[in-house]
Structures are given as C-alpha cells and as structure tokens.
Design a protein around this ligand. Structure first.
Ligand code: GAP
Length: 591
C-alpha cells in the first residue's frame, strides 16, 4: 500500500471512478463543497455504519441521537460559538482575496508564486537572479508585489540580498523582503498577499457559522445558524435522552451528521470543506470527587490501569485515555495501519480554558501530518453553560453517590468538604463554589463531566483513500509490462464487496446462472454486475474501486455449482461454492 500517493493522483482516481465530484461542477464548481458519487457514497455510508455499530449498537452504555441541523440560536450563544468560533482573516487590498491569516505562508508555498520563487532559491540566493525574477516572471505571477511595481524597492531588495543572502534564504523571508525592502520602521512592514503580492489588511476575526433566516421575514430576530458541530444538540438534549434511555452516568450519547463551517480558505481537497459530516460521542462521567466518595479512591493513569474494561473507580484521566485507545482501535480496524497515525497531546497553552486534555489523532496525509479526529476532556463546561443559559437543570441524581455520602457521617463529610475546598483552591478555584459543589454531591447530585471523541467522516474517508492507493508494476506471461492501480480497502469499508462476471454473454444457460447468483448475493452485500470486456479488464475496473472479491461464473459452474473467486490483493484464484463464498465474505465483514 502506498503512503506516497499524491493528492492529484487520488483526486483524479476519485473523479474517474465515481468516488468524489466537485459540487455544482457544470457551473464551475463551488469552493469547499464536494459530492460523493456512486462508489463514494457507498464507502462513506460504510464508514458511518461501522462507527455507529462500534460506538452505539455494540455498547450498552451509549445511546443515539439524530437532531436537527438548525437549532435555537441561544444554543450557539451558550456554547460560545457566537462569540469565539472564528478564524483570523486578512483581505488583500489589491486583489480583494480573503484568506486565513494563519495560512498565508502555506498558501504561498503551495501556489504558483511560491513554487516559482522557490525554484530561484533552490538555485542559490543570487541577488541578480532574484531581481531578474521580479522584472520577468513576477510581472505575471505577483504583479502587486512592491519590488515588482516599484524600482526603488527592487533596488533596496537587490542591495540587501547582495549584502546578506542568508537573511532571505527562506521563501517566507524573501517574499517579505520583496514587499518591504525600503521600509526602515517595523510598524510600516506589511504582509504580502500570497496570490498577487499586494498588501494584506491586519487579521480580524471572522465567525465561521453560516447564517440563515427562519420563517418568511428577513429580520435579525429570525436569524439562525447551520450547526458548526453535531455535539451541541447532544448537550441540549441531555435531559431528554437521560430520562428516556434508562442510562445512568457513566454513559454516552452519539450523533453523526452534517456540519457546516464557512471556512475562509477551504483546501486540500475534502480535508477542509465548508459542508462535511461528523461522528461525535459525548461520554458523560462522574466528577472525580463523586468517584472518590463512591469508591474511596480515584484511579489515575499513574496507577497504570488496565484499559480494556471500564471500572467504577476510573477518574476523568483514565476515561480520556480509554477513549483515545478505543478510537485508535477503530481507526485501525477500518484499515489505517498503526504506524500511519500518531497521538498528538495538546500542550497546556493550546487547550481551551475549560479543557483538561485534548488528543488529536493525526494522519500522515500527502499534504502533511494533519488532524484526523480529536478526543477532548471538556470537564462540565458544556452542560453547565446550557444550564446557565436555558435555566434548565442539567444535574443528575446518582443514587450510589447519595448512599456513599450518607455513610460518611457528619465528621467524614466535614473532612471531605475541607479536602475538596483545598484542592480547588490549589487549582485557583473559588472556595464558595467548591463548598456548593460538595454540598450537592452530598445530596447525590452533580453536572456530569464529558469526554468527547469527535471524528470527521470526510477526513477519515480521505485518509482511507490515500492509504489504500497502490500502483503495482506487473509483467504478464509474454513479458509485457503493465501498471495495476488497486485500492486496498478493508472489506468492511470497500464500496462494493463482490463483483459478479459471466464468463461469456452469449450462452443463455451460463448467463442466467450468473444473474441468479448475482441476485442472490446482492440481497446480502453491495454487489456489482459486469458483463462487458475481457475478464482481465473487468478485474482492473474493480481493483480501482477496491472490490475485494471478483466472481466469474463459467462452464464448470454449470456442472458443479462452483465459481472462480479472485482475491483483489493477491490476485490468486480459487474455486468455491456459493455457500463457501458467503462464509468467506461474512467472516471478513464481521465487526
Ligand atoms: N465538537 C468538537 C469539534 O467539532 P473539531 O476539532 O472542530 O471539534 C472535529 O472537529 C472533527 O471534525 C475534526 O477532527 C475533523 O475530522 C472534522 N472537521 C472539522 N472541520 C472540518 C472541515 N472544515 N472539513 C472537514 N472535516 C472537518
């Protein structure tokens, strides 16, 4: 399998084989929106169903939810999205393009200007050559760059590069110099546009939520938002799910579906889209203080716990690590090798103020190591926010907690209160709030804390596409060389599980038998019928969409009922009865 596949190769295969198309392509497309074609939508569905089965159906402690995309706007006020869900954005004063201020140098490096200027740098930082670039190629590529427009800036740049080639030895340093060589004062230095060289505005926050209007009157009072994540509906529906699902903490609520973000610069194919799908789990746990009251102790990672089966005494840290491990297992089970992704633990300064820990699972995409999904320990922040803004209680009553508190007696309670107040004070938290919290615990009540594994369907699919791609050089028995493109999807994720071919079309008995077998198989699996072209060509078409098994119905089938089953990865063939074939496929598809 290849991890060297370039994004262009993947994009081209996806278009050719019906995985992914640009949305609204016949009208020139729309940036940041993608459609999944016949093979792509099957594969995407498989990823989602696999996640649902693993996360919800196969567990007794997780319930599902399917909420609306548009919700009451107060949800986004409570969650903080209205105030803080923004990216820094700059605008070019010359070409008017908008871009994320933190991606300017990546955009430069990926674009034509960057590649052309990098080629000059790779040949050595020669002042004369750089000046030649400004007078020549740059006129078309970066017409608004100061050194292209203004001979004085160009002369100043020339002198600076001549005097100290090392000072502008990187693409970013050189490009900045070509925009600012004549500036003496730091305050006057500008950032040049990566698309044309013009001057960029200072970054300003740009809220990523898509706005819409609910009802016929286009009035600010009717503004609503397309959800930027599926998670918030889970928090908002927490009391309803709790009272109808017969779950008790610890338990989770899972939801998957569309999310929308008006990304300033959608890029890297489907990786950063404006419309995408998420698969999110909010797993609610007891606060550590409640665990301590019930169990007498709290297990932390320092205890080196066995993470295979959840335990009552687990604190948030162990639950968080448990979900990191579960998510890694799932990713691997979908076909991404263990060494293709890493755990990135966010540093304390990178964490949201309420988060206790956050791990990004990062995959090595062709465009760099980037986030596939995240697992965050979010404390009780979300439920508390909704409790505050809605006025509705998000507390649970935990009977074992109440019994444990009663068993403490008055002296025990006082000692516990003192201990927790001191611990909170050490973390810079208010003593009064600590006392109110502990008093609630003694009544068996608290707002649950949450661990949030949050995955993107589209990113997972992109990673699986990149990982599965392989070009194999083959030599046939006559010595002729050929290249086979094969997608090594895991059978569970493959869009088509089995393809059925009649050896010939013009023998009614054989053709009829093949149809009969196909109809039988398609009732159980995503199956594909192909009767045209040589068998070898039919195999190749299936290899490109990653079909694990191709079945040829031939003359021997009419005699003994067996078919030729060709394995996608090994290309080996074996004869099996229909029952043997079904057993083989079932075995591979079992979650
Ligand atoms: N509720 C938490 C949350 O939404 P996030 O890190 O913003 O966290 C979670 O998003 C996951 O959703 C990401 O790891 C990624 O897989 C996916 N995702 C986020 N923004 C995306 C985008 N613009 N395009 C595609 N997938 C995206």
């Amino acid at each position: 399998m290849s991890n060297t596949s370039s994004l262009d190769v993947i994009t081209s295969l996806c278009k050719r084989r019906g995985f992914i198309f640009h949305s609204s392509e016949i009208y020139g497309g729309i940036n940041g929106f993608w459609d999944y074609g016949p093979t792509g939508c099957e594969m995407k569905r498989n990823i989602k169903e696999d996640w649902w089965k693993t996360t919800v159906r196969n567990r007794e402690d997780v319930a599902g939810l399917d909420a609306t995309i548009i919700m009451h706007p107060s949800i986004w006020r409570a969650s903080g999205h209205l105030d803080t869900f923004s990216d820094p954005m700059s605008t070019c004063k010359a070409c008017k393009k908008l871009m994320r201020a933190d991606q300017i140098w990546d955009i430069l490096a990926d674009g034509e200007i960057g590649q052309s200027l990098q080629a000059e740098l790779d040949a050595g930082t020669d002042a004369g050559k750089i000046a030649g670039w400004c007078k020549g190629k740059a006129k078309g590529l970066a017409p608004n760059l100061a050194a292209v427009q203004n001979p004085l800036v160009l002369t100043a740049a020339f002198e600076k590069i001549k005097a100290d080639p090392a000072s502008c030895g990187s693409l970013q340093a050189l490009y900045k110099l070509l925009a600012n060589a004549n500036k003496e004062v730091e305050d006057e230095v500008v950032t040049p546009c990566p698309y044309c060289g013009g001057e960029l505005t200072d970054p300003r926050p740009f809220n990523l939520m898509f706005k819409t209007v609910v009802g016929p009157v286009d009035d600010p009072a009717n503004v609503a938002y397309l959800r930027p994540e599926t998670a918030q509906a889970i928090f908002a529906q927490f009391p309803n799910v709790l009272s109808t699902s017969r779950q008790t903490v610890p338990f989770g609520i899972a939801q998957m579906g569309k999310s929308f973000r008006n990304e300033v610069t959608p890029r890297n194919y489907t990786f950063r889209s404006r419309e995408f799908e998420q698969m999110e789990l909010e797993f609610f746990i007891r606060p550590d203080e409640a665990v301590e009251l019930i169990c007498g102790r709290v297990t932390t990672m320092a205890d080196n716990p066995d993470l295979s089966t959840p335990q009552n005494a687990w604190g948030w840290e162990v639950w968080h690590k448990y979900w990191v491990e579960r998510r890694k297992q799932w990713i691997q089970s979908c076909g991404l090798p263990k060494d293709s992704f890493v755990e990135y633990w966010q540093k304390p300064e990178e964490l949201a103020h309420y988060a206790r820990a956050c791990v990004d699972i990062q995959y090595s995409f062709p465009f760099g190591v980037q986030e596939l999904e995240g697992i965050a320990a979010r404390s009780d922040f979300d439920l508390t926010q909704h409790q505050k803004h809605s006025g509705k209680s998000m507390e649970v009553f935990d009977e074992p907690l109440k019994l444990a508190a009663n068993a403490l007696g008055e002296a025990g309670k006082a000692a516990f209160m003192e201990k927790v107040t001191a611990e909170w004070a050490a973390r810079g938290k208010d003593a009064e709030a600590a006392r109110a919290f502990v008093a609630k615990l003694f009544d068996g009540k608290y707002v649950p804390h949450v661990i949030e594994p949050s995955a993107g369907v589209d990113r997972m699919m992109l990673a699986l596409l990149c990982n599965a791609y392989e070009e194999q050089k083959l030599t046939d028995e006559k010595g002729k060389e050929d290249v086979r493109v094969v997608m090594h999807f895991s059978p569970r994720i493959a869009p088509v599980k089995v393809a059925v071919f009649p050896l010939v079309k013009n023998k009614p008995e054989l053709y009829g038998k093949a149809r009969e077998m196909f109809e039988h198989l398609r009732r159980r699996y995503a199956a594909f019928w192909d009767e045209s072209g040589a068998i070898g060509r039919r195999y190749r078409r299936q290899d490109e969409i990653g079909t694990p098994w191709c079945v040829t119905v031939d003359f021997q089938t009419l005699e003994d009922g067996t078919v030729t089953v060709r394995d996608r990865d090994t290309m080996l063939q074996e004869r099996l009865t229909l029952e043997q074939l079904k057993a083989k496929i079932d075995d591979a598809l079992l979650v």
